[in-house]
Write a protein that binds this ligand. Sequence first.
Ligand code: 5GP
Length: 194
Amino acid sequence: MKVLEERIRQDGRILSNTVLKVDSFLNHQVDTTLVLEIGREFARIFGGRPITKVLTIEASGIQFAMAASIALGVPFVYAKKKKAVTQEGEVYSAPVHSFTRGESYLVSISRQYLGPDDKVLIVDDFLATGAALVCLADIVQESGAELLGVGCVIEKSFQEGRGLLEERGIEVHALARIASMAPGEIVFIGNEAV
Ligand code: 5GP
């Protein structure tokens, strides 16, 4: 997605060879015009499929899942990072190791909101090690729902996430795919370095 790549070049901050900061427009302060456009792009890519629900993980996946679900006309569900006292009944849960925080946490989704009748599109902000999305894919499988695809806003293609998902037969689409990066330089797949 050209407009997204340009914005990453302009406003993204490359903290190291592995960490990109996009918190001025995507995941802290949020450019809602861009996020709604991202949602429409996911709907364009996956809209031919009979999706009943968009699934993501709190917190930074929520705005993209919401934008995709508005464009697709279906609800979205976000997995919680710990079981809230208000989460009634049984939950699906699985552990995730966070790449950015260097710690593990438990992810949970109420069984009420995901089940065998659902056809799911998973959406998230970043695909890095794939830990978060593999965990969500495992929960979808456990629920008996069908996973129709994974859409992520930014893929760091030099990390192993895409491979782990594809090994499981999951179709992955990323709107910006970073082949490599270093402070002052970012290379998108299919683009020249600047
Ligand atoms: P995973 O390693 O499980 O694929 O990534 C999990 C989460 O870590 C992503 O959803 C995202 O929130 C965060 N993350 C991973 N890499 C980066 C990065 O380079 N920059 C930022 N801002 N977040 C990241």
